[in-house]
Write a protein that binds this ligand. Structure first.
Ligand SMILES: *Cc1c(COP(=O)(O)O)cnc(C)c1O
Length: 392
């Protein structure tokens, strides 16, 4: 059976060109970039070249890029690092109810240490209102951390508008850009952010490597103590192969974005959304109709449980997800779907299909073809009866 992958928001394949670029740094060019000799110099050059490519992709200066072990570490570093470095100024942090757990749990950790956190609500599309940010800022606020786009429902937040409010108040602004880097054009100066998190495995790079963009002059405390790597900001011998892979992924992403390749994904996404809404009754699109990630389609189907849909789809060769990868397996409804106002019984029936650069028209047609039958079968078996009125 042909297998179809539509779970790109959970992770992407590592591009063959990325793997090729990484390979020499395992067994041939294995020097420690902090060593003086030629092996070390070779590795150092590779790390700095990768830093330049990543900086270029987001309009930053290479000296403002700090490598981390992924998106989760970048989020932890930004949030805890700013909180600890600026606690004399204030103890208040603003975030939203729909953040990734890397952000939410970092904020909750800080609350236990005496920081105060405001979790902003979102509208039915998952959008944060810049006015709400403005109202939440007090003279104790030291950080606003908001995701660039949501990993589950794909909504892209009005970062530029939020930035205006945050900057006017003289507060640090961090965005979790893990879902957007490499997928939509980004310029940190145009967006007006001080910090931005990214992760390699969400845009065809390797797992376990990411970066934090840290605007020059930002007051931050380190998370990892040890050697003087990353200009004293992140200790530990560099993951040279991983960093080279992240750099290559950034270079390839920039090429795709320059060529407007994400438009093909948007077209396939819209075809998928239309096909499913046209062919299935009592289905609802979650997230914003247009302000959404190129590859994201997310639905709720009345009377159906998400896990059963995933299992049925998997038996037909289609890999999808319900809620986010981290929450599937637990029985609580997604905090994101609850935040956009869905009742738990509807939120349980969610299906996320996330497309990547290699998905084809035929694959879209196949999913549109098989899904109605799956839904019909599951509905016939379903014990759930909920109130669907007024949800669309
Ligand atoms: C995947 C993801 C993360 C975590 O990144 P890792 O590299 O997997 O640690 C953080 N935020 C968002 C929005 C994500 O989608």
């Amino acid at each position: 059976m042909k297998r179809i992958y539509m779970d790109h928001a959970a992770t992407t394949s590592t591009d063959v060109e990325v793997v090729k670029a990484m390979e020499p740094y395992f067994s041939l060019k294995y020097g420690n970039p902090n060593s003086i000799h030629s092996f070390g110099q070779e590795a150092r050059e590779a790390v700095e070249e990768a830093r330049e490519k990543i900086a270029h992709l987001i309009g930053a200066n290479p000296s403002e890029i700090v490598f981390t072990a992924g998106g989760t570490e970048a989020d932890n570093y930004a949030i805890k690092g700013i909180a600890w470095a600026n606690q004399k100024k204030g103890n208040h942090i603003i975030t939203s109810k729909i953040e990734h757990h890397a952000v939410l749990h970092s904020c909750q950790f800080l609350e236990k240490q005496g920081f105060r956190v405001t979790y902003l609500p979102v509208d039915k599309y998952g959008l944060i209102d810049p006015e709400d940010v403005k109202k939440a800022i007090t003279d104790k606020t030291i950080l606003v951390t908001i995701m660039h786009a949501n990993n589950e429902i794909g909504t892209i937040e009005p970062i530029k508008e939020i930035s205006k409010v945050v900057k006017k108040a003289g507060v640090y602004f961090h965005i979790d850009s893990v879902q957007t880097v490499g997928h939509i054009p980004i310029d940190v100066n145009d967006l007006g952010v001080d910090m931005l998190s990214m992760s390699g495995h969400k845009f065809y790079g390797p797992n376990g490597v990411g970066a934090l963009y840290l605007r020059k002059g930002t007051r931050i405390v380190n998370l990892i103590d040890g050697g003087a790597q990353e200009k004293n900001r992140r200790a530990g011998t560099e993951n040279v192969a991983g960093i080279v892979g992240l750099g290559k992924a950034a270079e390839l992403a920039e090429e795709r974005l320059t060529q407007g390749k994400e438009k093909k994904i948007v077209r396939l996404r819209d075809k998928l959304i239309k096909g499913i809404i046209d062919k299935i009754e009592n289905v609802r699109l979650n997230g914003h109709p247009t302000k959404r990630l190129p590859g994201n389609a997310n639905f709720c189907f009345e009377f159906i449980e998400g896990e059963s849909m995933l299992l049925s789809l998997d038996m037909e060769g289609v890999a999808a997800s319900s809620g986010s990868a981290c929450t599937s397996g637990s029985l609580t409804a997604s905090h994101i779907l609850l935040a956009i106002g869905l009742p738990p019984e509807i939120a349980h029936g969610s299906l996320r299909l996330t497309l990547g650069k290699d998905n084809t028209e035929e694959e879209i047609d196949y999913v549109i073809d098989i899904l109605p039958g799956i839904i019909e079968k599951l509905r016939a078996l379903s014990p759930f009866k909920g109130n669907w009125e007024g949800l669309n």
